[in-house]
Design a protein around this ligand. Structure first.
Ligand SMILES: *Cc1c(COP(=O)(O)O)cnc(C)c1O
Length: 393
């Protein structure tokens, strides 16, 4: 089957909710992928930050295969080992107290919001269900997480949206202004991903954590994109010197299988009792075994290299002095690149993909989220494609 036939099938049988690159990927190894025709691509996108240990990592493949041959699913009416191994490791390496597992980032954030509202309801009764979120944030595609998302472009068509969200700028003044007696929590991404790769200011985040403690608001950190090593620590909050009450994760956690969830601290571990929350596939043994393999591969040393790799890529891109690109931003291997005036980030991204470098856009810029295990050689190959393609006007 070739690209034309694939596109024809997609038009005929797919809901046309995506604008895809004219590329049909087939297989790969690490950060090197091949399409149906055998053309090679360097992967600086990792399936939007999902393929944290690259494609077909032998240890990951072995863990998934073994678990699939043993027990694929059990429902949450029974205990299984893999989700418990995973919960234990995530708690030990994050310092948080307990984990809940679902299937996606949006679902993870819905769970975090439920923890906040119930924590507040249990303690203060009704009328304190508002969650503050930041302008330019992104929290997911369900009706509630769209309502939480701080970008007007997402607040269309699907009315009525869930009530109980109010937006602020990432400054303490703006938060204070938006605050009221109805607030139970603040939900933030420490590095705004979809919004354009904007790290929050460290002093602001620490002051916000302090304010949350004073007002007994929960601090909900959305680490769906920043989590699991992406920014150079297992979770990004560890570099900000704050402890969230709830930390959601998804994208990279299971290295390519659908898994999301959230961690809670000691204060919140009792909030969701039996019958208050659930997810049929949540903690699925195959996904959990995959995530355990991801955490094995992403040991402290590998995660320490994430910062160095990110600095290397940003340094090299800066040195190229390409007229179409501006400053780079980000943390670790979550990199935003500004696009110079007169250029379209979407067009540049499409050209790079066509030229053999898979990459992304975010906000008005380009975004790179390579596998955390990307090799020096793959980085250099990707940089060579970028330089070659973008040097020609
Ligand atoms: C991708 C993303 C989400 C949504 O995740 P899904 O798995 O697509 O539901 C939520 N928050 C952040 C910060 C994200 O990057």
């Amino acid at each position: 089957m070739d690209l034309e036939q694939v596109q024809q099938l997609d038009r005929q049988y797919g809901v046309q909710a995506y604008s895809r690159n004219p590329i049909a990927l087939d297989h790969g190894q690490g950060a090197t992928l091949y399409d149906l025709g055998g053309r090679r691509y360097i992967d600086f996108a990792a399936g939007i930050g999902v393929l944290s240990v690259g494609t077909a990592h032998p240890r990951w493949v072995a863990a998934v295969t073994e678990q699939a041959g043993k027990l694929a699913h059990s429902s949450n009416l029974y205990y299984t080992r893999p989700y418990l191994d995973l919960a234990q490791r995530l708690c030990q390496r994050s310092g948080l107290a307990a984990a809940f597992f679902g299937n996606s980032g949006a679902e993870a954030n819905e769970g975090a919001i439920k923890v906040a509202r119930k924590y507040s309801f249990d303690k203060y009764g009704a009328g304190r269900g508002t969650v503050l979120t930041l302008n330019n944030s992104f929290h997911g595609r369900t009706i509630t997480t769209l309502a939480a998302t701080g970008q007007d472009a997402f607040h269309q068509y699907f009315f009525p949206f869930t009530e109980g969200f109010r937006r602020a700028e990432p400054t303490l003044d703006s938060i204070q202004e938006a605050a009221g007696h109805d607030v139970c929590a603040v939900l933030v991404e420490l590095v705004q991903g979809e919004g354009g790769v904007y790290p929050l200011d460290r002093a602001f985040v620490q002051a916000l954590a302090q304010l949350c403690r004073e007002r007994d608001w929960l601090l909900l950190v959305d680490e769906v994109q920043t989590g699991v090593g992406r920014t150079g620590s297992l979770f990004c909050f560890q570099q900000y010197g704050v402890e969230p009450d709830v930390c959601s994760f998804a994208k990279g956690v299971a290295g390519g299988l659908p898994m999301g969830g959230f961690l809670v601290n000691e204060k919140c571990r009792q909030v969701l009792g039996p019958g208050t929350h659930g997810s049929t596939f949540g903690g699925n043994p195959v996904c959990a075994a995959a995530a355990c393999a991801v955490l094995d591969i992403l040991d402290d040393q590998t995660i320490a290299q994430v910062g160095e790799k990110g600095a290397y890529l940003r340094g090299k891109i800066g040195e190229m002095g390409l007229p179409c690109l501006g400053e780079t931003r980000g943390m670790g291997l979550m990199i935003g690149i500004e696009v110079a005036q007169g250029y379209s980030n979407k067009q540049l991204c499409a050209r790079l993909n066509q030229a053999g470098l898979l990459c992304l856009t975010a906000g008005a810029g380009l975004r790179l989220l390579p596998p955390l295990t990307i090799t020096q050689e793959e980085m250099d190959q990707g940089l060579a494609v970028l330089k070659q393609e973008l040097s020609s006007n």
